[in-house]
Design a binder for this molecule. Structure first.
Ligand SMILES: NC(=O)c1ccc[n+]([C@@H]2O[C@H](COP(=O)([O-])OP(=O)(O)OC[C@H]3O[C@@H](n4cnc5c(N)ncnc54)[C@H](OP(=O)(O)O)[C@@H]3O)[C@@H](O)[C@H]2O)c1
Length: 229
């Protein structure tokens, strides 16, 4: 891995990913909305910034050129297929053989075998409906985006985040193929470690064509699993 593109670089997850990439001496290209370029001021001299909407195909084409890896923050903003447009552009323009890592939440399912709590199901239905009516967010668009990725033959990994919190790194999160597995019960990961998992996945070919659901390695459910094994 020499050159990595971070799409959604100015967000909370994006900035952590940029830092982890720089820590590994990767050359970094960051894509963010024009109005958010200032959020990357602390990295300004060390990364190349391509300003623009992440579903702008010309922006993505330019940004991913020559990159060995692409880290994409999938966010379902608005009701104009922002998330699926972003995913499609990355799949279309990334270099052949590049490692493509996408972020989303546990609510995305790859094979339908995830088991969700009724609380999460109700939360997603209610909040999803309200957000869509207000034309703020279209959660279904993130589902469509991930389905585009799942059916692609590129070297993708979709990292599914639990509930997130801020704080110092606790180390690489643990993961499981399915939500509902006991190891994930704590449903909490530090955002800095979510970013770490995304960046480490670039060099982990065992994760190709997988959709790991992650949880913090120091959470009670992760520790309980460790003591059992
Ligand atoms: N938040 C959670 O609890 C949670 C839980 C599980 C998984 N995840 C996943 O983690 C990833 C990061 O989520 P996050 O919540 O931590 O947020 P985040 O990292 O701050 O990312 C939000 C992104 O959305 C962009 N954005 C904000 N408003 C926008 C708008 N109106 N139009 C277009 N782009 C806009 C931001 O760009 P600007 O810098 O330009 O604003 C930023 O790139 C996502 O893939 C999410 O699905 C989040």
């Amino acid at each position: 891995m020499k050159k990595v593109c971070v799409i959604g670089a100015s967000g909370k997850l994006g900035k952590y990913m940029v830092q982890h990439c720089l820590d590994r001496n990767y050359e970094v290209v960051g894509v963010c909305r024009e109005k958010s370029v200032g959020k990357l001021d602390s990295f300004r001299d060390r990364i190349t910034i391509v300003p623009g909407m992440t579903n702008d195909r010309e922006v993505i084409k330019k940004a991913v050129k020559g990159c060995d890896g692409v880290l994409t923050v999938l966010v379902p903003w608005g009701v104009n297929n922002y998330s699926s447009g972003t995913a499609q552009a990355v799949l279309d323009f990334a270099e052949p053989g590049a490692r493509l890592i996408f972020s989303c939440g546990w609510h995305i399912t790859k094979d339908g075998k995830d088991e969700y709590s009724w609380k999460l199901e109700v939360f997603l239905k209610v909040v999803g409906w309200i957000a869509k009516v207000l034309r703020l967010i279209d959660i279904e668009d993130q589902v469509r985006a991930c389905n585009l990725v799942f059916t692609s033959d590129k070297n993708w990994t979709v990292v599914r985040g639990s509930g997130l919190e801020e704080g110092e790194s606790q180390g690489l999160p643990v993961w499981s193929e399915h939500v509902g597995d006991p190891i994930l019960e704590s449903n909490l990961t530090r955002r800095i470690d979510f970013a770490l998992f995304m960046v480490e996945a670039l060099e982990n070919d065992d994760l190709i064509h997988k959709a790991p659901a992650i949880v913090g390695c120091q959470t009670p459910s992760a520790l309980a699993h460790k003591s059992e094994t």
